[in-house]
Design a protein around this ligand. Structure first.
Ligand code: HEM
Length: 151
C-alpha cells in the first residue's frame, strides 16, 4: 500500500538521520576534554544509539516486506546485502565504545577525580571515526539499491 510505504520511508529517513546525529554527537564530545559531565552525556547518547539501531532494523525490514517493490527486489540484490553488511559492521564497531562508556561511567561515579586513560580515549576515538566513515557509505548503497543497481 502506498501510504504504508510512505510512512515507513519517512520513519526510515528520520531514524537514519537520528543515528547519524548520535554518531556525530559522540564524535564531537570525544574531541574535547573528558569531564565527568562528558562521560554522563556520552553514556546517555549511546543508549539512544541502541534504541535507534533496533528501530531502524524493524522499519527497514518493514520496508523490505511492505514496500511497493516487494521483498524479491531486495533479497536477490547484492547492493542491498552490502548495505546490510556495512550496517552490521557499524553495529559491531559500536560495541567497544559502548563498553568503554559504561566502564568510564562506573569509574567516574565511584571516583570524582577519575581521568579516562589516554590510550582508551584514543582507541574509542578511532572506533567512532571508523563507524562514522562506514556509516557514510550506507546512504550511497541505499540510493543505488533503490534505483535497481545490484540486480
Ligand atoms: C536493517 C537495516 C535496514 C534495512 C533492512 C533497510 C532497508 C531499506 C529499504 C527496503 C529501502 C527502500 C529502498 C527503495 O526505495 O527501494 C531503504 C531505503 C533507504 N535506506 Fe535503508 N535499511 C536499513 C538501514 C539503513 C540505515 C542504517 C541507513 C542510514 C543511512 C539507511 C538509509 C536509507 C536511505 C537513505 C534510503 C533511501 C534510498 C533512496 O530512496 O534513494 N538504511 N532501506
Amino acid at each position: 500500500m502506498e501510504t504504508t510505504d510512505l510512512v515507513l520511508a519517512i520513519f526510515h529517513h528520520l531514524l537514519a538521520f537520528s543515528l547519524a546525529g548520535v554518531i556525530a554527537a559522540e564524535f564531537v564530545l570525544l574531541r574535547n576534554e573528558i569531564t565527568p559531565g562528558t562521560i554522563r552525556r556520552l553514556a546517555l547518547i549511546d543508549r539512544h544509539y541502541g534504541l535507534l539501531a533496533v528501530l531502524i532494523i524493524l522499519v527497514g525490514v518493514g520496508r523490505v516486506f511492505h514496500g511497493l517493490k516487494g521483498w524479491e527486489f531486495y533479497v536477490y540484490n547484492w547492493v542491498f546485502w552490502t548495505k546490510m553488511a556495512i550496517f552490521a559492521a557499524v553495529g559491531l564497531l559500536s560495541i567497544v565504545p559502548t563498553m568503554r562508556f559504561i566502564a568510564w561511567s562506573r569509574q567516574a561515579k565511584a571516583n570524582a577525580s577519575y581521568q579516562v586513560p589516554e590510550t582508551e580515549l584514543a582507541a574509542v576515538r578511532r572506533y567512532i571515526w571508523l563507524e562514522a566513515l562506514l556509516f557514510l557509505a550506507i546512504p550511497a548503497f541505499a540510493a543505488a539499491m533503490a534505483r535497481g543497481y545490484g540486480l
